[in-house]
Design a protein around this ligand. Structure first.
Ligand SMILES: Nc1ncnc2c1ncn2[C@@H]1O[C@H](COP(=O)(O)OP(=O)(O)O)[C@@H](O)[C@H]1O
Ligand SMILES: [Mg+2]
Length: 147
């Protein structure tokens, strides 16, 4: 079997937090894997001003009725003690992605696998524009305070 090589884009982001997003998604894909060979596919597609990243696995899958629940902090679908983890991973993923103005989602078919995907602005200015307005808002308040 050949190795697929994906060229992931260079993005403007909080590097440490975005690394944590990938680490959480990949470690889940590894942790819940239930069949050999384990196949994990990481990629990205451009969609207008957004990059849509995905981490796709061929694991057990997740029932659609749990799609919202898994993103809540400390929610896990397994019984306690059956796998390592606090149930905070996906809640952190969602929080970090939303900090970058993106959205997270999940597609899955039971028994076949799961794809987690998230969007990040492809255009640096989209992130900066908001940061600038937040900075100037803070600046305004600071001026008021010192007046
Ligand atoms: N790739 C996956 N395949 C199957 N189930 C998953 C996958 N990723 C997450 N889950 C389910 O979502 C739950 C929440 O994930 P997460 O917040 O990372 O918590 P943790 O990894 O600590 O269990 C997991 O406990 C598991 O039930
Ligand atoms: Mg996890």
């Amino acid at each position: 079997m050949g190795n697929k090589i994906y060229e992931l884009p260079v993005i403007f982001c909080d590097r440490i937090r975005l690394t944590e997003v990938f680490a959480n998604l990949v470690s889940n894909a590894v942790k819940f894997a239930d069949k050999q060979p384990v196949v994990i596919d990481i990629g990205c597609e451009r969609n207008g001003i957004w990059y849509e990243f995905y981490v796709k696995d061929n694991g057990p899958g997740i029932e659609e009725r749990y799609f919202e629940k898994i993103f809540k902090i400390f929610e896990r679908l397994e019984k306690r003690g059956t796998s390592e983890g606090s149930g905070a991973g996906l809640a952190i993923v969602k929080k970090v992605v939303e900090m970058h103005k993106g959205r997270v989602g999940v597609k899955s078919e039971l028994g076949k696998g799961t794809t987690f995907y998230f969007t990040i602005p492809a255009v640096k200015e989209c992130l900066l524009r908001d940061m600038d307005s937040e900075d100037s808002a803070r600046g305004d308040r600071a001026t008021e305070d010192s007046a």
